[in-house]
Design a protein around this ligand. Structure first.
Ligand code: MG
Length: 298
């Protein structure tokens, strides 16, 4: 067994794998429109879904939480548009409340298809049956994709593995993760692939650190979403941000500076703060349709 005294955890979707655009635009959005009644207003549905799941501080969130946030935001947008015919877009339809989804998310220990099926067996909720049908439809669409890793990310995983224990922490289903990491020869480089069936990313980190205790400055999580940063902070470990829209330069920086600093013990402090500042400025909190219009020429 290895005596490696560093651990690097990699998020998968949108971080090592260049799959966020396909996953959300070709899989989640069409299923969201089909299963939640947005057939007459697909443009608003797409904008809401993409803001929540790709282009804001909630990027990379668990799919069921992303669904709840998207439905909530679509309802707010619907109420605010008020059917004004002068608006460029027609108003979204009235979106029914989703009390069963909301209470399942608030109370479930795990947010996965398996735990949703168990909840449906207990409650018989028709609303949750639709959520499950949507989630399975998304998985069916995802099967048609064959995501590729960012080239420098694949090199980063290989380089990390030479000196550190490596694992995957993700909120994607385990079957999809194993397919992706197997098909690009990356699975042999990682000790464990943690998925949505294994709980949150913070729980993944705590599990592996319980088995192999290490001080926080010898553990690094690489991720592309604020939720990844939050998981790293909660587990008391370092974070390397892969900046959405600048993934390849981020991985090149990881290879050039982040990884050497991590192994030398000079990652924390000014360097980590500078990375985090750049990361935060890449993802907004407010949807574009709620921001004040910029005057022309500025
Ligand atoms: Mg991600």
């Amino acid at each position: 067994m290895t005596n490696r005294d560093h651990l690097i955890a990699f998020d998968s979707d949108g971080c090592v794998f260049d799959n966020m655009e396909f996953k959300h635009k070709a899989c989640f959005v069409p299923s969201f429109i089909e299963f939640f009644g947005f057939q007459d207003t697909p443009l608003q549905a797409r904008e809401v879904w993409e803001f929540v799941n790709l282009y804001s501080t909630t990027r990379g969130i668990n799919r069921f939480k992303g669904l709840k946030l998207s439905l909530d935001l679509a309802r707010t947008r619907c109420a605010e548009s008020g059917g004004d015919p002068s608006r460029e877009l027609s108003p979204p339809p009235s979106i029914p409340p989703s009390p069963d989804l909301d209470s399942w998310i608030a109370g479930a220990r795990q947010l996965s298809n398996a735990s949703l099926e168990a909840e449906i067996r207990t409650s018989g909720s028709r609303e949750l049956e639709n959520v499950l049908a949507w989630s399975l439809d998304v998985n069916r669409r995802l099967q048609e994709g064959s995501p590729r890793p960012f080239p420098a990310a694949a090199e980063a995983v290989a380089r990390a593995e030479q000196r550190a224990r490596v694992c995957v922490v993700s909120q994607a289903p385990g079957t999809t993760l194993r397919r992706d990491w197997d098909s690009h020869g990356l699975s042999p480089l990682v000790e464990h692939i943690f998925s949505q069936e294994d709980g949150t990313k913070e729980e993944h980190l705590r599990r592996v650190l319980k088995e192999h205790p290490l001080p926080g400055e010898r553990v690094l999580l690489a991720g592309d979403a604020p939720g990844d940063y939050a998981a790293a902070a909660a587990a008391g470990v370092l974070f390397f941000p892969v900046i959405p829209g600048a993934e390849e330069p981020s991985w090149e920086e990881f290879l050039r500076e982040g990884l050497p600093r991590f192994f030398q013990g000079t990652f924390a402090g000014d360097y980590a703060r500078d990375l985090h500042r750049r990361f935060e400025s890449a993802l907004p909190e407010t949807p574009p349709w709620e921001r004040p219009a910029q005057p022309e020429g500025t």
